[in-house]
Design a protein around this ligand. Structure first.
Ligand SMILES: C[S@@+](CC[C@H](N)C(=O)[O-])C[C@H]1O[C@@H](n2cnc3c(N)ncnc32)[C@H](O)[C@@H]1O
Length: 236
């Protein structure tokens, strides 16, 4: 490990946000403030930099030191799905991104324990990261249990709102796909409506066997909520 090592420059705040950022952009995540525990702080300082994505335009070949299909996971939480994917697909590379630093620090520790080499972890908003990726560069994007923003007045904060969906589809290869999993009753309908705006199609798909039952999916299953998997791809 150690490729692309960059110090993660954070203080003791876990993430920043209101409904919009200083430029007026609608944000998809909640503001969370709190001090990092000593364990998290040490993971942020020592382990997370081993998985860092260097600043600037993302050149996957340079980041991973090889040419391989590239996958992006948005909102990876503690990293269970990202690590499950990387272990099951050693011939793919995956960048996982989340704004929640303690979760990402946990993901880094788990990746180190599992000796995963085809994973990088990025602390921050997925939208500017997508903007740093070349058009048509991603084999897949994973969006598992995104924040549901159930109130109608918040629906623009859902990650799959048309403007973000359009950016994401542009970064996919022509044969690429966005995999979405959700337990939010209205999310699939909303996704279908947004997909029709940007010329994409949505189909129900099987739950990937490599995704461990963990994180928000586990909570949903334990609470008796139905989870569905969907695949989004460009029409034509
Ligand atoms: C409901 S949690 C799901 C976490 C994980 N995928 C799971 O299934 O357990 C949604 C996650 O998305 C992250 N998130 C929301 N908007 C994001 C964005 N624009 N960029 C990066 N992460 C984001 C949140 O910080 C949170 O960790």
């Amino acid at each position: 490990m150690g490729i692309g090592a960059t110090r993660v420059d954070v203080d003791n705040v876990t993430s920043y946000s209101g409904a919009v950022d200083s430029a007026g952009t609608v944000l998809t995540y909640r503001g969370r403030r709190g001090r990092l525990s000593a364990l998290t702080r040490s993971r942020v300082d020592v382990v997370l930099p081993l998985y860092a994505v260097p600043e600037g335009p993302v050149n996957a070949e340079q980041v991973f030191g090889r040419r391989a299909p590239l996958v992006l996971e948005i909102g990876c939480g503690h990293g269970a799905a990202a690590i499950g994917f990387c272990v099951a697909h050693p011939d793919h590379d995956l960048v996982a991104v989340d704004v929640h630093l303690p979760g990402l620090a946990r993901a880094a520790a788990a990746a180190a324990d599992a000796a995963v080499r085809n994973l990088r972890l990025h602390s921050g908003d997925a939208v500017p990261l997508l903007e740093r990726l070349p058009s048509g560069s991603l084999a897949a994007v994973h969006l598992f249990f995104p924040d549901p923003w159930p109130k109608a007045k918040h629906e623009k904060r859902r990650f799959v709102a048309a403007d973000r969906l359009s950016l994401l589809l542009d970064r996919l290869r022509p044969d690429g796909a966005l995999l979405v999993a959700t337990d939010a009753p209205d999310y699939a309908g909303y996704l279908r409506r947004q997909a029709s705006v940007v010329g994409a199609r949505v189909v129900l798909s099987p739950r990937p066997a490599w995704r461990p039952l963990a994180g928000f999916e586990l909570r949903a299953v334990e609470a008796g909520r139905r989870c569905i998997d969907l695949t989004v791809s460009r029409c034509g």
